[in-house]
Design a protein around this ligand. Structure first.
Ligand code: GLU
Length: 599
């Protein structure tokens, strides 16, 4: 294992030394992973008794920790953390983006949808050229066209009104201080700036902020100040979310989108002012001794995770734990087959349910135990290669298949508080640096490229096609796990986890669930396991982390194996018992810069 880890560190170091031109020109690599792998540093995890937070950047974790220490609730910590992430991890998330949040207040599980919405002027032709052909992803992403009305600030305000303990304005203090004083550019931010050197600096505002006069990215350790963001955050701290959605900031966003020189978009001041965050019922499913809750549509994450668990419950995966960190071939087989089945349904059926109904009786039909047992029965000794979507009970719809592949960037944070509450939140500007448009100190999202570019195929209209005011389907899978009580109410919270990673998110999160619940690993061990699974294509393995003998065994069973960097950004906090004491144990992904803090 140690040898495999060091190989990866060496690879990452080599990557960091590649010249900017080579990085910028590596279009093929960009296609695979816009938020590139930048290193692998083994992490040990940390314990706490009362409260804890984990996020993708140490400064962001620190901000959340400060709030928890001052008596804040998990949502207070999440807001402070998100505001700092806007500043220090602008490639992944921010106030110009959207998010999904699953929150436990000590009694009840809530789910909040802060997903971006399409402008009212958008039609299913948004990503088609004048001949009706889909534009390239590059043309789709970069510019104004891909930007939806941001959801993060409204969603956090909605959740704070119900679950906050500290004053709203206080939660902005760490980010405002850091934006004024400056923060040291991290190795990951620097590497991503280098990687994006052909694209991001085409926006003059981003060029002036992220690059020097010669066009070189700000070096690691460079103290970057962001007075524009400090100003925006002060306005939001003082005026609430309205200061973002109904004032100067909204006007600046709409103007930036409309005035892009080559690829203007449709988002208006009215689209932004009309944005609503939504509270929805979480998707909860029983799995062995636990109740697992996630985000409902427009994310496909909650349903896909619950389907995979429901399928795997019919298999002996628990009897195939990793040995000394090395994954077992049978476990990869079962897990990737379950993934094929769940992703086939996801790609066919799941979209924004405010526009497109799910088959049959909705989530209940898709998670029906008999249906999932029938799906599990399709798993044999050899790989099925690729699965067909199933026919959940009472199905009345037939859709085309969405082939949109969202690409990995995004960020994840988890927190538990001293009041018995906890949360899991995935937050995103979609691609690395979103649409590459910077305004008022933050990046605008390109989340609309999560819609299917095509509106229909030979089977009919595609559920996830663009429609005015609709939210693009997501794979974000913020997840909370509880002990089962026998009734509908959840028992004790035992785990909060989630990850970025585009459509692979579902597999990353599932790895942590199977790792902790079935294989009894602690959350750090589970996060550090090699990533693996299938999105209903090849069997995907994290490059250099799975033994040749295991790969040979998979191939012998008909698996087409693809190894590549699987740049998850998992964070997790799980309950443990140590020396008779109940403690929280938190872990952060060795593949990114995150840390855990708690007391
Ligand atoms: N846009 C993706 C989604 O909503 C997330 C992107 C990522 O995780 O990298 O599913």
């Amino acid at each position: 294992m140690t040898r495999l880890y060091s190989t990866r560190v060496a690879l990452a170091a080599a990557l960091l030394c590649i010249g900017p031109a080579a990085l910028a020109q590596d279009a093929a690599a960009l296609q695979r992973a816009p938020e590139i792998a930048t290193g692998y540093a083994e992490k040990q995890g940390a314990v706490a008794r009362r409260y804890m937070v984990a996020a993708a950047n140490p400064l962001a974790t620190e901000a959340g920790y400060r709030m928890l220490k001052q008596g804040g609730s998990a949502i207070d910590a999440a807001i402070a953390t998100q505001m700092v992430l806007t500043l220090v991890e602008p490639q992944s998330s921010g106030i110009g983006g959207g998010a999904f949040l699953v929150l436990y207040d000590g009694r009840k599980v809530h789910s909040y949808d802060g997903r971006e919405t399409a402008p009212m002027a958008a039609t299913e032709r948004l990503f088609l050229d004048k001949d009706g052909k889909p534009v390239s992803r590059e043309q789709g992403i970069v510019g104004g066209r891909s930007t939806g009305a941001p959801g993060v600030v409204r969603m956090l305000e909605l959740a704070h009104r119900k679950h906050g303990k500290l004053a709203w304005a206080k939660l902005f203090e760490p980010a405002i201080e850091l934006a004024d004083r400056g923060f040291a550019v991290s190795p990951r931010l620097n590497a991503l700036l280098r990687y994006d050197q052909a694209r991001l600096p085409r926006d003059p505002v981003a060029a002036a902020y992220f690059y020097d006069r010669d066009g070189q990215p700000r070096p690691v350790g460079h103290v970057l100040k962001n007075p524009e963001l400090a100003k925006s955050l002060r306005e939001i701290a003082r005026g609430g979310a309205d200061a973002f959605y109904k004032g100067r900031i909204a006007r600046d966003i709409a103007a930036k989108v409309a005035n892009h020189p080559t690829n203007p978009g449709l988002l208006t001041v009215k689209d932004i002012a009309d944005y609503r965050a939504k509270e929805r019922d979480p998707v909860c499913a029983d799995y062995r001794k636990w109740k697992v809750c996630g985000a409902p549509p427009p994310s496909s994450g909650g349903i896909a995770v619950a389907q995979m668990l429901g399928i795997l419950e019919n298999t002996p995966i628990a009897a195939h734990p990793p040995v000394e960190g090395q994954l077992d071939a049978e476990a990869i087989h079962l897990f990737s087959e379950a993934g094929r089945l769940a992703y086939a349904d996801r790609n066919r059926y799941v979209a924004d349910t405010d526009f497109i109904p799910l088959p049959g009786k909705g989530i209940a039909s898709m998670l029906d135990r008999n249906y999932l047992a029938q799906r599990a029965a399709l798993i044999g000794d050899r790989s099925m290669g690729s699965a067909q979507a199933g026919t959940p009970q009472g199905m009345q719809v037939a859709w085309g298949t969405d082939t949109a592949l969202d690409r990995p960037s995004t960020s994840h944070l988890v927190a538990v508080d001293q009041y018995g509450g906890g949360l899991s939140m995935t937050t995103s500007v979609e691609d690395a640096f979103g649409s590459r448009q910077m305004v008022d100190g933050f990046m605008l999202n390109n989340q609309l490229t999560d819609f299917s570019f095509d509106a229909a195929d030979e089977n009919g209209p595609i559920a996830n096609r663009v429609q005015p005011g609709k939210r693009p389907r997501s794979a974000m899978s913020p997840t909370l796990v509880f002990e089962r009580t026998g009734g509908n109410e959840p028992g004790r919270l035992v785990l909060a986890t989630g990850s970025p990673g585009g459509s692979t998110i579902i597999n990353y999160v599932m790895k942590v669930l199977v790792g902790t619940l079935d294989w009894n690993l602690d959350v750090q061990q589970a996060i550090s396991l090699p990533n693996f699974g299938s999105r209903n294509g090849p069997t995907e393995l994290e490059a250099g982390r799975v033994g040749a003998d295991v790969i040979a065994r998979l191939k012998a069973r008909g698996h087409e194996v693809r190894e590549f960097d699987q740049n998850s950004g998992l964070q997790g906090i799980g309950r443990i018992r140590r020396d008779g004491q109940e403690l929280w144990f938190g872990g952060a992904d060795p593949r990114r810069e995150g840390i855990v803090r708690g007391d």
